[in-house]
Design a protein around this ligand. Structure first.
Ligand SMILES: [Zn+2]
Ligand SMILES: [Zn+2]
Length: 378
């Protein structure tokens, strides 16, 4: 059946031979353009475009998926990247590297033509344990930010302490001659910075800024499976805008505390378990730790140093799907540093019975060694 999907290269307006940098650049530009918070006009349309771009980028930025797409088209990569139900903010944090950690939502203060400047975005860090990454969590964050001044309600002036701006007549906007005199542009009035009023008698609390430093406590929901350095964006929890302008956003950057036993490799957890050489040789039932408790691992007889056993699904959840990573248990064989006289005797007795053929690695090494010296002498 024919699919109505548009070609991914077309969606990102790049050629079939575009390299990774080109694809990334184009995606960044389009995502910024279609971000529903920024797009002018039809927001719903912009959101669809934005998600299409995210989907195309997800495939074309991954060499393996891109190759499959090139060979088999949409059918080759379907079912692994449905963004249509995701929150825009989530998509942005997912591609955090692309957006240089800005979360994508941040616009600077005083964008062209705005009558009231948007507040600054704020950044904060949230530290999680691996156990919290596994389940997802809620964190309460306390921080200070510039809020609207309570005394003057953000106007910056004492009651009756402001006068209408003479330059714009209170409109907050002025018309200026544009590029080469070709057209006229309406911009924020430079005299009152878009307020329409000029402060004559500033508010005693905020000294005319209309804002006040205040403590703020917010609760942020962290999804399971997040990675170090990703950001969760909370819309509108940044600083208050100037003169009643919209607030900025708060970006919570994830930092993950090192675990004493587990290290993380993507969604897998790696755990090194020391065993004695007798356990490795004879086999043993091991209790190995998982993030949620312990699991039994049947160590087979003849386990080698460094061998890895997989506990399926005992790793971390995947942020984008319902799959789980695995826990990889690596066996380290530890040789005792001290032996009693009796143990030494037992080992000497054992050594006398040692069979080279039961240790294929050692046997093959000795054979190679023999060949090497043979070669030398000829
Ligand atoms: Zn003005
Ligand atoms: Zn004030």
């Amino acid at each position: 059946m024919a699919t109505a999907k548009r070609d991914y290269y077309e969606v990102l307006s790049v050629s079939k031979t575009a390299d990774g940098e080109e694809i990334k650049r184009s995606y960044r530009r389009l995502a910024m353009k279609y971000h529903p918070d920024r797009a002018d006009g039809d927001k719903a349309e912009a959101e669809i475009r934005f998600k299409d771009c995210a989907e195309a980028y997800e495939i074309l930025s991954d060499p393996v998926k891109r190759k499959r797409y090139d060979q088999y088209g949409h059918g080759g990569v379907s079912g692994q990247h449905d963004f249509s139900h995701m929150d825009i903010g989530d998509i942005f944090s997912m591609f955090n590297d692309i957006f240089g950690g800005a979360g994508g939502g941040g616009r600077g203060r005083g964008g062209g033509g705005a009558t009231s400047a948007r507040g600054y975005d704020l950044e904060t860090q949230v530290e999680l344990t691996l156990a919290e990454v596994a389940t997802g969590t809620e964190k309460t964050i306390e921080f200070e930010r510039q809020d609207r001044c309570e005394t003057c309600k953000g106007s910056g002036a004492k009651p009756g302490g402001d006068v209408v701006c003479v330059q714009c007549g209170g409109q907050g906007r002025v018309a200026q001659q544009g590029f080469g005199g070709m057209f006229r542009m309406v911009t924020a009035c430079p005299n009152c910075r878009g307020r329409g009023k000029v402060i004559k008698d500033p508010c005693g609390t905020c000294h005319g800024s209309g804002r006040q430093l205040r403590k703020r406590v917010v609760t942020v929901k962290i999804p399971a499976g997040v990675h170090e350095g990703q950001a969760v964006r909370i819309t509108g929890e940044g600083e208050a805008g100037e003169a009643g302008g919209p607030s900025g956003d708060l970006h919570c950057y994830i930092s993950i505390r090192a675990h004493s036993i587990f290290s993380r490799h993507n969604n897998d957890l790696v755990c090194q378990v020391p065993v004695s050489f007798t356990q490795a040789a004879l086999g043993a039932k091991l209790e190995v730790p998982t993030l949620k408790g312990t699991e039994q691992l049947d160590l087979p007889a003849g386990t080698q140093h460094g061998e890895v056993f997989k506990l399926k699904g005992k790793g971390l959840p995947d942020l984008r799907s319902t799959r789980n990573g695995d826990e990889l248990v690596q066996i380290l064989i530890e040789v005792p540093k001290k032996l009693t006289e009796r143990q030494k005797q037992l080992l000497r007795d054992y050594a006398a019975t040692e069979d080279g053929n039961a240790m294929p690695q050692r046997k093959s090494f000795l054979d190679k060694l023999k060949d090497m010296f043979k070669g030398d002498s000829v």
